[in-house]
Design a protein around this ligand. Structure first.
Ligand SMILES: [Zn+2]
Ligand SMILES: [Zn+2]
Length: 341
């Protein structure tokens, strides 16, 4: 009886290892940082999806992203699991639920020995026209990210941020507005938000952004008239919106454009020092991660008595969850704390 209780403790069967989270009764890693035999991947961002694995299980969207990024190195065996379809792996029942973060992003739901653990991956709660909305899954243990896990982080409405960009465009019609965006997710979301705001003019892309935009379109996300920035004549770029990766902006790529006005779309633009560092004249606070209120709402929605926190500002969220009557710990400490034994 005692043995059974010990074995059923969540950290006994979902372990923190140097490669990443390892599900013992299922025999697979989640978002491993190094190549492994069997991986379940939450979404396509580079800190979660890496090349070189053997068997890879993920949503069709995430697999498409991994194939586009890594080619044959995406994995020797790719298995697509649509949202909500259940699968038995070893002694674990597994399914994927939308995380609302980027196209294909999933929470990984694990059920074993009467306990349900949800690994959220990265997530947000705001509606995003480019991906399926976050779906709360009731569970016993919720593993949450905490990228913006401080009370100072309260993201404004994304439509208001897009309005600021469009207002600047009409105020400075001679200037090219260069918006720094990450290639996967942020780029397509900014485009979709511009279209939603009624902006139908061509949007120009740095070459590094084209592949993911094509992929989104092939997955049914309409992005409107997109054109390569590199082939356009300089004079034609006045008063245009140009999207480029932040690295290209830091690299002064934007200088080839007429009177470039640099904007940057990121949750970090809330932090003035970060905006200055990024050289953003027009910081746009548009985040693909939950802000402080959304994090806490999501912990409540999960109904989980136990919270493991990773990926950012663990301490504040651990503290708040504890105040709210949950057992909360930083993921990095799981299995290491003496008192947990
Ligand atoms: Zn991510
Ligand atoms: Zn991440």
């Amino acid at each position: 009886m005692l043995l059974a209780m010990v074995q059923s403790r969540p950290e006994q069967w979902l372990q923190v290892t140097p490669q990443g989270l390892y599900c013992v009764p299922g025999g697979f890693f989640i978002d491993p940082g190094r190549p492994v035999d069997r991986a379940v991947i939450s979404h396509g961002h580079a800190d979660h999806a890496r090349p070189g694995h053997g068997h890879v299980l993920a949503t069709p969207g995430t697999l498409a992203i991994m194939r586009a990024r890594f080619g044959d190195a995406a994995g020797t065996g790719l298995q697509a699991l649509p949202y909500g379809e259940h699968l038995t792996l070893g002694a674990v029942e597994l399914w994927l639920a939308p995380a609302g973060h980027v196209l294909g992003s999933a929470q990984i739901v694990l059920q074993h020995g009467g306990t349900r653990i949800v690994v959220s991956g990265d997530y947000k709660r705001r509606p995003d026209p480019t991906c399926a909305p976050f779906e709360p899954v009731p569970c016993d243990v919720f593993i949450t990210e905490a990228t913006f896990g401080l009370p100072v982080f309260r993201h404004p409405h994304d439509a208001d941020e897009i309005d600021r960009l469009l207002a600047s465009l009409s105020l400075f019609p001679e200037r090219a507005h260069v918006v720094g965006v990450y290639a996967l997710g942020k780029c397509q979301r900014v485009i979709a938000l511009l279209r939603r705001a009624g902006y139908q003019a061509p949007i120009y892309l740095h070459g590094a952004l084209a592949t993911m935009c094509d992929l989104y379109e092939s997955q049914g996300v309409a992005l409107g008239d997109l054109r390569p920035a590199t082939v356009a004549a300089k004079a034609d770029m006045a008063g245009r919106i140009v999207l480029a990766p932040p690295s290209a902006i830091a690299d002064r790529w934007a200088r080839r454009l007429p009177e470039p006005l640099v904007a940057m779309a990121s949750g970090w633009m809330r932090v003035r020092a970060r905006a200055r560092q990024a050289g953003a004249e027009l910081p746009l606070v548009i985040s693909d991660h939950a802000d402080w209120d959304e994090l806490n709402r999501t912990l409540a929605d999960s109904g989980a008595a136990e919270i493991w926190v990773t990926h950012g500002r663990e301490e504040a969220l651990v503290h708040q969850a504890t105040l709210d009557g949950r057992r909360a710990r930083a993921l990095a400490r799981i299995g290491r704390d003496e008192e947990d034994a």
